[in-house]
Design a protein. Structure first.
Length: 483
């Protein structure tokens, strides 16, 4: 990193002490670069019609420098990065190219980001409410926009080490398509190695901030999230420790896309709910997790590259992945447009105030602007009372699947993921009709969703999610059953 780039991080949005800046720089991983087509000249010159507000804080400025200071080669280099830029890298390159953050978005408008302000502020308030002072680790490409929002916001208030991306995809896992209890033990060393390489410390977890992974997940036994959690908890119990003692230090927060569990935003007795989840924790990890409410629109962005490749153990012992094939430059330009607006949005005093308001008005606590592992609470959250948490019922103790669900599983297994999506949509529509007529039980609807998730994936199947969206939006009662 050049000295100019280093200065950018401190002068544009951080404005924090030299010690904190040094810590942030030390924690950043090196990024590889690979050549991709250069950005089109017209794309490079694009500007927003309407400038963003020029107000900022902690040194963040949106004043536009003279055009003669623009360095197009810097923007080309940014688009050639093999890995999606972090917020710190993006800001540094903007400073290097323009002298400071330009007043207008040089990559085009990003209305999606501006319209997400309320949901993002509430998400931040939920996370700090559930796991104060946690290190947030969004997993993979589906949750990378979450990483950008959180990294930009926390950096702007002087906490640059709060967010770390977990660069992995389903394809990174040794048994991507055929994970089962029989493969978990074999895969555990490399999965734990990946977590350890990204900051997990099982030697002294009580001395570290909570290690909280985040992703869109069903949290089924074979899901990526569950495999990572189990790798950590099995390793912990093999060291002779009680798995319940790890619950507050290592955990997963889900992002819902359909079925969800216990939503932070709808939990009035959060301490009681966490106690119940902790009590049900085994050497496989928590049996259920907390979910973020209202954050479903902040996932599934354009990909900087195709899915991450296999986990690989390096000579130094670190476990890493390499990105897939680079995306076309117009997709990367779209991502950079998002990143500009993420920084502009989350670094404003107005956004900080909206986070504080969500914390106090909805969750009834004082949002801390300095990192702390306890927060000042004024009472229970100001939300509607919800039924007490009921632990997940294992499949072995439930009634057997009906012939209808068994048929669905057989057809999905034979079809594979691509053709299986058509079959899944067919069964969802059929089940919806039976539900409207009152001829099926709620459990059978949930069994259908579980079967689809087991065979062709539910949350990470983007085609399925896109095709489900209009069906569920048109049938809110049925959709609610799947939430």
């Amino acid at each position: 990193m050049t000295s100019v780039a280093k200065i950018a991080i401190g002068t544009i949005i951080l404005n924090i002490s030299g010690t904190a800046l040094a810590a942030a720089e030390k924690s950043r991983d090196p990024r590889l670069e690979r050549s991709v087509p250069k950005v089109n000249e017209k794309v490079r010159e694009r500007r927003l019609d309407h400038p963003l507000p020029s107000e900022g804080r902690k040194g963040f400025s949106l004043e536009a420098p003279a055009q003669k200071t623009v360095k197009p080669d810097v923007l080309d280099k940014l688009l050639r990065q093999e890995r999606r830029p972090t917020i710190a890298e993006f800001v540094a390159k903007m400073h290097e190219a323009y002298g400071k953050m330009p007043e207008k978005n040089p990559f085009g408008a990003s209305s999606r980001i501006r319209s997400s302000a309320g949901a993002v502020a509430d998400m931040v308030a939920q996370l700090e409410h559930a796991y104060p002072g946690g290190t947030w680790l969004p997993l993979g490409r589906d949750a990378v926009l979450i990483a950008d929002f959180l990294a930009s916001f926390y950096t702007s208030i002087g906490q640059p080490n709060r967010v770390h991306r977990l660069d992995a995809s389903g394809t990174s896992f040794p048994h991507y398509r055929d994970a089962s209890p029989a493969t978990f033990g074999k895969d555990r060393p490399i999965l734990y190695g990946f977590l350890k390489s990204n900051g997990l410390d099982l030697d002294h977890p009580e001395k570290q901030p909570p290690f909280i992974m985040i992703d869109v997940t069903s949290y089924q036994r074979t899901s990526q999230s569950r495999q990572l959690v189990e790798a950590a908890f099995k390793t912990w119990t093999d060291l002779g420790h009680d798995p319940k003692d790890l619950f507050d230090h290592v955990n997963f927060v889900g992002l819902p896309m359909g079925l969800g569990g216990q939503f932070i935003s709808e939990t009035r007795d959060l301490d009681g709910t966490k106690a119940a989840l902790k009590a049900a924790t085994s050497d496989e990890g928590p049996q259920e997790i907390l979910y973020l409410g209202g954050a479903s629109g902040l996932t599934y962005t354009a990909g900087w590259h195709e899915m991450f490749r296999d986990f690989e153990r390096q000579p130094n012992g670190r476990v890493t992945t390499t990105p897939g094939t680079p995306a076309a430059d117009h997709y990367r330009n779209e991502i950079l447009a998002d990143m500009y607006d993420v920084v502009a949005l989350t670094s404003s005093p107005v956004f900080l105030q909206s986070v504080k308001d969500a914390a106090k008005r909805t969750y009834n606590y004082e949002f801390p602007t300095e990192r702390t592992f306890t927060v000042t609470r004024y009472g229970p959250p100001n939300i509607a009372e919800r039924p007490a948490y009921v632990p997940y019922t294992p499949r072995a103790t439930r009634p057997p699947e009906t012939p209808y669900i068994k048929t669905l599983r057989q057809r999905l297994k034979a079809a594979g993921k691509v053709r299986g999506t058509d079959i899944a949509i067919e069964f969802v529509k059929d089940m919806l009709g039976m539900w409207d007529r009152g001829t099926v039980r709620a459990q059978e609807v949930l069994d259908m969703r579980e079967a689809i998730g087991d065979e062709i994936f539910w949350y990470s199947n983007e085609d399925l999610q896109k095709r489900l969206k209009p069906i569920l939006e048109a049938n809110p009662t049925f959709a609610k059953l799947l939430e």
